[in-house]
Ligand binder design. Structure first.
Ligand code: TYD
Length: 206
């Protein structure tokens, strides 16, 4: 049994996950908790290499190969970084986890979502988050934010609007199916209000 708390952040590209992850890290540190902030893909040295492939490979990647690459990143990350941190009693704040695979490779790439989940659960030896924060945002609004912040899209961001609409719908369905695990937040609200809602939900888990 691990003593830590495992919190994941999910949402479309441009939903503001990184900003909220950082504000949550600062708040938890003020509560005196030891925090690990990490992400998928790319939370390990191996993962950095996998991340480069899945986000920037120039040719096509078959949808199942993409699903397996994310799962490979996950297997190594959970085994070598996240589980040890939880065993130490840390609060782990992780940008993206299995729900990303179910939403992006399942609904986005149109693979069987149960199969995608099955591969990831095997990869992560069944580790489930204590809480998942879904920053919900309309795909067009998210695209406007990305345009304002950046000039080049990665492979996933470059997908058509319909892809991102499917991802959003899949996330909302996941949250509906597991209301106790999810906190769904309207990502267009002011940053400080979202942060306050998140810390209120996290407090009882500590
Ligand atoms: P990242 O730059 O981390 O995106 P963001 O800042 O929006 O979180 O890139 C991760 C990309 O990989 C993002 O487009 C979602 C995608 N992804 C999947 O398709 N499947 C997965 O399992 C994971 C973890 C991410």
């Amino acid at each position: 049994m691990s003593r830590g708390v495992f919190i994941t952040l999910e949402g479309g590209d441009g939903s503001g996950k990184s900003t909220q992850a950082e504000l949550l890290r600062e708040w938890l540190a003020l509560q005196g908790r030891s925090v690990l902030r990490t992400r998928e893909p790319g939370g390990t040295d191996l993962g950095v290499e996998v991340r480069e492939i899945v986000l920037h490979h120039r040719g096509d990647i078959a949808p199942r190969a993409e699903a397996l690459l994310y799962a490979a990143d996950r297997a190594h990350h959970i085994a070598t970084v996240v589980r040890p941190a939880l065993e130490r009693g840390d609060v782990v704040i992780q940008d993206r986890y299995i729900d990303s695979s179910v939403a992006y490779q399942g609904a986005g790439r149109v693979l069987d979502p149960d199969a995608v989940r099955g591969i990831s659960e095997w990869a992560a030896e069944g580790l489930a988050p204590d809480l998942t924060i879904l920053l919900d945002i309309d795909a067009d609004a998210a695209r406007d934010r990305l345009d304002a912040a950046r000039t080049r899209y990665d492979r996933l961001e470059a997908e058509a609007a319909a892809f991102h609409d499917r991802v959003r719908a899949a996330y909302l369905a996941l949250a509906d199916a597991e209301p106790h695990r999810f906190l769904v937040v309207d990502a267009t609200r002011p940053v400080v209000d979202i942060a306050a809602e998140i810390s209120k939900r996290v407090a009882p888990l500590l």
